[in-house]
Ligand binder design. Structure first.
Ligand SMILES: C[S@@+](CC[C@H](N)C(=O)[O-])C[C@H]1O[C@@H](n2cnc3c(N)ncnc32)[C@H](O)[C@@H]1O
Length: 400
């Protein structure tokens, strides 16, 4: 069949509305087009992000490679389809039986896509990466996530497509963060949790974020609230370098950046109104040090990865630690941050701590006036609920 392909090629080499993309295609008479398109789709060799072209009563159906379906194949320029590709799955080429295992979601950190790939799909990881870059043109790197490990909670990643880099800049609530997905912890999934915590900070507080990573809690609090002081620290020197860079990039230079172990940082920076213990797998180990650094009235945000059945036990463990520090829990509110595993959740415990009430220390019934004062204190704790009122607390302490 002579379609004058040379002439047609010349015609179609003119740039159309979108960026012309060269691709293999199958050439079929218009009336057979739908049938052939369906066959190509079934064989998973339909290039869906390109527009089918039509010329001289024939359709040019784009394919990712030379495909033999009983019709001529050729190469030519195509316009990119205007209809957005809904998912990278529309353009990925993996064996049909593995399709159900394709990841349905992944993290996007700046221009890097970070995704977990199930074992059977690992040999196809380069193709998955290619499809993701074809699907979303703002992405420049695709990295396979092989899990977070070690004291610094650093991700083991392998670049599977795009630029060979793990650094990028991402934006969260209008703030820009330099991150290195392979050398310092950062999760874009926790943005709303950071906003929730920042929303509780009251003017004049001294806030410590001793597991700050690259700084997304501390910088958000410093920029969006009016704290007196924000201390941000981490034990990972790479995270601290990025943290310094991020405080400068966001003009949050008043965040005090430190490097070192949380226990030391807490001791050095006490007394504190609010402490964020964002080390979910071992935050409880730091609870006594955090309580020692907290003002008599203050707030702790203690994170945990917990079996659902263990949540009450964790509440009790926190109550015990507070009691052992010589104070009492005025309010404790578990908040589910996200699902972590089928029966596990990432949970935040917002703990409002206050002085031990006289009642708690004695079995004897206090006098009427003492009872009413105790009740007032307790009720105030309940009212403040999810947030402490350290300004008021300091006022009371000063009056005493
Ligand atoms: C789960 S990450 C939290 C990062 C940060 N809060 C965020 O939202 O991106 C925990 C951080 O704690 C740091 N870390 C681990 N053990 C530490 C310790 N003993 N003292 C200080 N930082 C520590 C890790 O390096 C890591 O950056």
């Amino acid at each position: 069949m002579n379609l004058g392909l040379g002439r047609l090629r010349k015609f179609f080499n003119r740039p159309a509305h979108g960026r012309p993309v060269r691709s293999w295609c199958v050439v079929v008479p218009r009336e057979r087009g739908e049938e052939v398109r369906r066959r190509l789709k079934e064989r998973n060799v339909l290039e869906r992000h390109l527009k089918v072209a039509e010329e001289a009563g024939h359709l040019f159906i784009p394919t990712p490679e030379r495909v033999d379906v009983g019709w001529p194949a050729t190469e030519r320029e195509f316009e990119e389809a205007f209809s957005p590709i809904r998912s990278y799955k529309d353009v990925v080429r993996v064996p049909e039986e593995l399709r159900p295992q394709l990841p349905s979601s992944f993290d996007v950190v700046g221009d890097i896509a970070v995704l977990k790939i199930p074992g059977p799909l690992v040999p196809h990881r380069a193709e998955i990466g290619r499809a993701i870059l074809a699907w979303n043109r703002t992405l420049r790197v695709v990295a396979q996530d092989r899990g977070v490990a070690g004291e610094f909670r650093v991700r083991d990643v392998e670049i599977i497509a795009g630029d060979r880099r793990t650094t990028t800049v991402c934006t969260e609530f209008g703030l820009r963060y330099h991150v290195d997905v392979a050398r310092a912890y950062f999760s874009p999934r926790l943005g709303s949790e950071r906003l929730r915590i920042a929303g509780q900070v009251r003017p004049g507080e001294t806030v410590a974020d001793p597991f700050a990573g690259v700084g997304p809690y501390a910088i958000l609090i410093a920029k969006r609230r009016r704290p007196a002081r924000v201390i941000a620290a981490d034990a990972n020197p790479v995270a601290v370098d990025l943290l310094r860079r991020n405080t400068a990039a966001n003009r949050a230079d008043h965040v005090e950046v430190r490097e070192g172990d949380a226990r030391v940082i807490l001791k050095e920076t006490a007394p504190l109104d609010r402490i964020i213990l964002d080390l979910p797998h071992s935050a409880m180990e730091f609870l006594p040090d955090a309580l020692a650094a907290l003002r008599p009235q203050g707030v702790l945000h203690v994170y945990g990865i917990l079996e659902d059945a263990d949540r009450e036990e964790r509440v009790q463990a926190i109550r015990n630690a507070v009691r052992d520090s010589g104070r009492s829990v005025k309010g404790i509110h578990p908040h589910v941050v996200r699902a972590y595993a089928p029966t596990q959740h990432h949970v935040a415990f917002d703990v409002t701590v206050g002085p031990r009430s006289r009642r708690a220390g004695s079995a004897r019934s206090p006098s009427a006036s003492r009872t009413s004062r105790t009740r007032r204190t307790r009720d105030a704790g309940r009212r403040s609920g999810r947030s402490a009122r350290p300004g008021a607390a300091r006022g009371r302490r000063r009056r005493r």
